[in-house]
Design a protein around this ligand. Structure first.
Ligand SMILES: Nc1nc2c(ncn2[C@@H]2O[C@H](COP(=O)(O)OP(=O)(O)O)[C@@H](O)[C@H]2O)c(=O)[nH]1
Ligand SMILES: [Mg+2]
Length: 453
């Protein structure tokens, strides 16, 4: 999970409250200290932490308890609300209904602009929009090549010219062409470095004047922690920044610092990047993000994710229908592996379900690339019947498959164990386990409405 360490620390702090016989001043002060420690470790600015924890303490100790709310619930709610507001207000990116929306990506080299441009294009394409990208980075060698490769991967048109010298002209031409083609969204990638930083800012301004984007999105590297604040400030001085995307939150302990520092500048964080793959992008909503951080689960995101998965061409509706019935064949596992070389959307889905994964440690779900390749080889040695119905795999069949695939029986059994594990996860989707009342009921109804159950 994103910001795993921070999430665990905060969860631990709140657990103390949940377990305490009485919520008194002493325990509230202890909670506040725990929260402070957790946030400072995530590189959240000292002043922000101090203000936040003061507010939490004041509200918890002084606010009158709303009717029907226990002191404990009140504490949880205050912490949840205050952490959410630390991360800013929720904001979305709405595309214009009647014309092309132009989005200009800016930011320093290496922040993840090009990757994020392709991720965003992919995100909106999956929602059914016609999306294209323009490479206006004429500074970095291979910039066009990089974007067009990513564009190919997600299946969108990319306009660029590796030989061009003038990024302003290039951006203008590309955007005009795509407007004529009636693209819903045109993402413009720009350069992140120049010999002098001033030149970069000037170029950005000129591109912005030439293409008049509907929104300028600043991309910042989340691993920089609270330092990103200076970057955001510098870009904001040069041109109006409409929104921010914080990347690389998958591999950093400083993500909390980056997010809160950005939020403090007043520009809304609209998306976050959580990995190198094209699907590793999330619409950012502080309340939802904090709910997940605190281990409250996140049904809204889950719903949305399900919707996207269903819509994406990669997953056939029929398959999901079976999955939600708790049925999973090795053939489906194989298709999942083929699809993204990982576990595919299924894994992401599973991660989002609150309470799941508790019995199955994360590292058991993660398989190394090498292992995945071996598994694929093994499955290629199986008959369609075996793939459809792994229960028929007895000792002699396992021996045959090991021989045929040039692997070992141990490995074949290991694959079967993985399969059982996934099956167990998938079973949790089944009717039997899903409650008819409470927060999950909404999810169940939604699935039924979509004919997925
Ligand atoms: N782990 C991780 N890596 C990312 C993420 N976003 C971008 N990257 C990597 O960061 C590096 C720089 O990205 P790039 O898009 O070329 O940055 P640009 O110079 O701003 O265009 C590349 O290796 C990307 O794969 C992210 O969310 N997570
Ligand atoms: Mg780039």
């Amino acid at each position: 999970m994103v910001l795993e360490k921070l999430g665990k620390a905060l969860y631990g702090a709140l657990q103390k409250i949940a377990k305490a016989p009485h919520v008194d001043e002493g325990i509230v002060k202890e909670l506040v200290r725990d929260i402070q420690r957790a946030l400072l470790q995530a590189d959240v600015n000292v002043q922000l932490v101090s203000d936040l924890t003061k507010r939490i303490q004041n509200r918890v100790l002084k606010e009158k308890l709303p009717v029907g709310v226990t002191r404990r619930e009140h504490v949880l709610r205050v912490v949840y609300e205050e952490l959410s507001s630390l991360l800013g207000k929720p904001a979305t990116l709405e595309l214009k209904p009647d014309r092309s929306t132009v989005l200009l990506m800016v930011g320093l080299q290496g922040s993840g602009k090009t990757t994020s441009a392709a991720k965003l294009a992919n995100y909106f394409k999956k929602k059914g929009f016609k999306v294209g990208a323009v490479c206006a980075d004429t500074f970095r060698a291979g910039a066009y090549e990089q974007l067009s490769q990513l564009g190919q991967k997600v299946g969108i048109e990319v306009i660029g010219d590796p030989g061009a010298k003038d990024p302003v002209e290039l951006a203008k031409r590309g955007v005009e062409e795509m407007k004529l083609k009636r693209y819903d969204l045109i993402v413009v990638d720009s350069a992140g470095r120049h010999k002098r930083e001033e030149d970069l800012m000037v170029e950005m301004k000129r591109i912005a004047e030439a293409i008049k984007p509907d929104e300028i999105m600043l991309v910042v590297d989340g691993t920089l922690g609270q330092q990103v604040r200076d970057q955001a400030a510098a870009f904001t001085r040069a041109t109006p920044i409409g929104s921010i995307m914080v990347t690389k939150l998958d591999g950093t302990a400083k993500g909390g610092g980056a997010l809160s520092a950005v939020a403090a500048t007043g520009a809304p964080i609209k998306f976050i990047g959580t990995g190198e793959h094209m699907d590793d992008i999330e619409l950012f909503s502080p309340p939802r993000f904090v709910a997940r951080l605190l281990g409250m689960g996140d049904l809204e995101t889950l719903l949305r994710r399900v919707e996207e998965v269903v819509r994406s061409e990669e997953v056939k509706k029929e398959d999901l229908k079976d999955v939600f019935k708790g049925k999973l064949t090795l053939k489906m596992v194989y298709e999942q592996l083929e699809m993204v070389g990982k576990m595919g959307p299924l894994k992401k889905l599973v991660q989002l379900i609150p309470g799941l994964g508790v019995s199955i440690p994360e590292d058991q779900m993660k398989l190394g690339e090498e292992k995945l390749k071996r598994f694929k080889v093994i499955m290629q040695s199986m008959t369609p019947q075996e793939l459809e119905n792994p229960e028929v795999l007895n000792a002699s069949r396992i021996r045959r498959i090991a021989l045929g695939s040039g692997t070992s029986e141990v490995e074949v059994r290991e694959l079967l164990k993985q399969y059982e594990l996934m099956k167990k996860l998938v079973k949790s989707f089944s009717k039997r386990r899903l409650p008819r009342v409470g927060p999950l009921a909404k999810f169940v109804r939604e699935m039924e409405r979509k004919g997925l159950r």
